[in-house]
Write a protein that binds this ligand. Structure first.
Ligand SMILES: [Zn+2]
Length: 627
């Protein structure tokens, strides 16, 4: 790992098994990687590189020796260097870290970024175990999505040390992960620790203290934990996601450090992935691994995220009561409505199983649809077959059955229908509409909203003249989301939404809240109401963290605002800080050559213009203004 040149130079040995007699070529995915030599079974091999294709990069074709038979294994060694533009890697200078003294590096390979780190079969359908040795500057520590082999790292060259890792469970390429920085850990439980820079590690240990409880609840629901360790890595603020389920080492954003453990449900989600996320996708059966043109595999992403949200909510239900499951589920339904509205009812990406053929970048289709439409479908099936007592044993069986075998939506359907073949109710399931029709689901789930209901009642009692404004609890939702899993706090925030802004701010000091979910929701409400006095706070928030969940809606709200100052704030803030955002969040990702015509400049703002129509004013909550 060379922080001066921003290059990873390395060597990878792939051990591949021949699937069909006479295989003559191994095709690997690659983007922005320079190959300096390839061997097959120890001898120098011929290889060629195809022209880059859209977001997919280039196909690396390696000649295999003649006469191979199905079942033979072949050792393919590749020496390579990455480019400083590698889309999976973010290189942070010391000033962008908490400690300000050392540089930092982290990778994010989902969806198709592993190919920018090393040539590989970069499809969720091809799984591999791996061993790794990483040489880093002596003052720093390397961590990977694997179990560290030696607690004391070897010194090799002067000024460097080598860390070794082993991942014994086969994983898809998007779960390959590396982080290098000035890192320390604190124990969280028998198999868990939190890692981060020393400046944040105590805060992380406090915030994620419930990790072992989440693990225990998940094991009761889904079966034994298979991965050996479950550690958390608390990243610098530019990490573009809330969390990433890298095996053995979940990556999490420091925007979860609310100081009161109220945002730790993200950890429950990432823990849930240990069972429901890592095997649930397979390439099309007719698409050979490494085929660059038909990376259609992400079409079944809902199986991954829908079941993960389901298990996450089950875990929270076990720990905080069934009503918490119901509250989370009903808020998820509202999030689904928002996402469908934002794309447009007929948009292809609102289908549970979208069509991603023709080189569509899976990142472009990324939204809450697979999460919430997926969850809604699974919850619907649960209620249809007789509720939790009937469905939870099925869920455990499903996890066991597909732990090692990835699946498609049709595989899931076949397994479900077989398991419940004696249950007449399943004849009602309109599979094709659920899977392929864009827009909201064909059936609306009924959830117990009593936790939310209490909040309206409280708000009505406090503010009788604002009764009409509390007729729907939709408007109160942003504050509810932020407060779970602490119901008393969520009630407080939810009733706050019925108040005019200035009164809300007086009562709850929302301008100065530390909780990132509350800040984001509060700022959106103020921007939508045309309150320019909030702009300095919004700019500060957009500058201090790079999580897409907050960047996208806030930039969108600023851009769609009628206020000239708000629009200008979006442009100024983006251009000033884009270099600090992760490539995936729009920082410096190179526009793929062929899509340049539809994406004139690769930045968040223009991507939204292209994709997200302005929300009609009527859809905005009817809240009082600050004046
Ligand atoms: Zn997830």
């Amino acid at each position: 790992v060379d922080f001066d040149t921003k290059v990873l130079s390395g060597h990878v040995d792939h051990t591949v098994t021949v699937r069909a007699d006479g295989a003559a070529e191994l095709a690997l995915d690659m983007r922005d990687v320079a190959v300096s030599g390839i061997t097959v079974n120890g001898a120098a091999a011929e290889y060629s590189l195809a022209e880059p294709y859209q977001a997919l990069g280039s196909k690396l074709s390696i000649q295999l020796p003649p006469g191979l038979k199905a079942g033979d294994t072949v050792a393919v060694g590749i020496s390579f260097e990455t480019s400083p533009q590698a889309s999976a890697v973010q290189w942070l200078p010391p000033e962008q870290t908490a400690g300000k003294r050392h540089p930092y590096l982290f990778t994010q390979c989902q969806a198709i970024h592993a190919r920018s780190i090393l040539p590989c079969q970069d499809t969720p359908g091809a799984k591999f175990s791996y061993g790794a040795a990483v040489r880093v500057p002596q003052a720093l520590r390397a961590l990977m999505s694997a179990v560290p082999l030696l607690q004391v790292a070897q010194r090799s060259k002067a000024g460097t040390r080598v860390y070794r890792f082993k991942q014994a469970v086969p994983i898809p390429s998007y779960l390959l992960a590396l982080a290098v920085g000035n890192l320390e850990s604190r124990e969280l439980g028998p198999i868990s620790a939190v890692w981060s820079e020393p400046e944040m590690v105590e805060a992380g240990a406090y915030e994620f203290a419930e990790t072992s409880k989440f693990l225990d609840a998940a094991e009761q629901l889904a079966g034994p934990y298979q991965w050996g360790r479950y550690d958390l890595l608390l990243l610098p603020p530019s990490f573009p996601y809330g969390g990433m389920e890298n095996p053995c080492l979940t990556f999490v954003t420091p925007t979860l450090l609310a100081g009161d453990r109220s945002l730790a449900n993200v950890v429950a989600h990432e823990i849930a992935h240990s069972w429901t996320g890592d095997g649930a996708i397979r390439r099309r059966t007719n698409a050979p691994a490494g085929n660059l043109v038909t990376n259609a595999t992400w079409e079944h992403f809902w199986l991954n995220e829908g079941f993960t949200v389901f298990l996450e909510r089950k875990i929270l239900g076990r720990l905080y009561g069934e009503q918490m499951y119901q509250l989370q589920a009903s808020m998820g339904w509202l999030e689904l409505q928002d996402a469908v509205k934002s794309f447009g009812e007929g948009h292809a990406f609102t289908a549970l199983v979208p069509n991603l053929s023709g080189g569509v970048d899976p990142d472009d289709a990324f939204s809450s649809i697979p999460y919430e439409k997926g969850f809604a479908f699974i919850h619907y099936l649960q209620e249809l077959v007789g509720g939790s007592s009937a469905f939870e044993p099925f869920f455990k069986r499903y996890v066991q059955r597909f732990a090692a075998t990835p699946l498609t939506s049709d595989d899931f359907r076949a397994f479900f229908c077989d398991y419940f073949k004696d249950n007449a109710a399943i004849a009602q399931v309109d599979w094709d509409t659920w899977f392929y029709k864009p827009g909201m689901p064909p059936v609306k789930n009924e959830y117990d909203e009593s936790l939310g209901q209490l909040a309206y009642e409280l708000a009505k009692r406090r503010h009788p003249r604002k009764r009409q404004a509390t007729s729907s609890w939709r408007m109160a939702r942003p504050f509810g989301i932020a407060a779970v899993p602490l119901p008393p706090r969520s009630l407080l925030y939810r009733c706050a939404a019925a108040l005019p802004y200035c009164r809300m701010n007086e009562l709850y000091d929302l301008d100065n809240r530390h909780n990132s979910e509350i800040r984001s929701s509060w700022f959106q409400l103020c921007i939508n109401a045309g309150d320019d006095s909030v702009l300095p706070l919004v700019k500060g928030f957009l500058q201090e963290q790079g999580r897409m969940k907050f960047l996208r809606p806030l930039y969108r709200a600023l851009h769609n605002s009628k206020s000239v100052a708000a629009k200008q704030a979006a442009l100024d803030t983006y251009h000033e800080h884009k270099s600090t955002y992760h490539p995936i969040a729009g920082g410096r990702r190179r526009a793929p050559p062929l899509s340049a015509a539809v994406r004139p400049a690769c930045c968040l703002i223009c991507c939204w213009r292209r994709r997200t129509p302005a929300r009609p004013a009527a859809a905005l909550p009817l809240l009082g203004s600050t004046s």
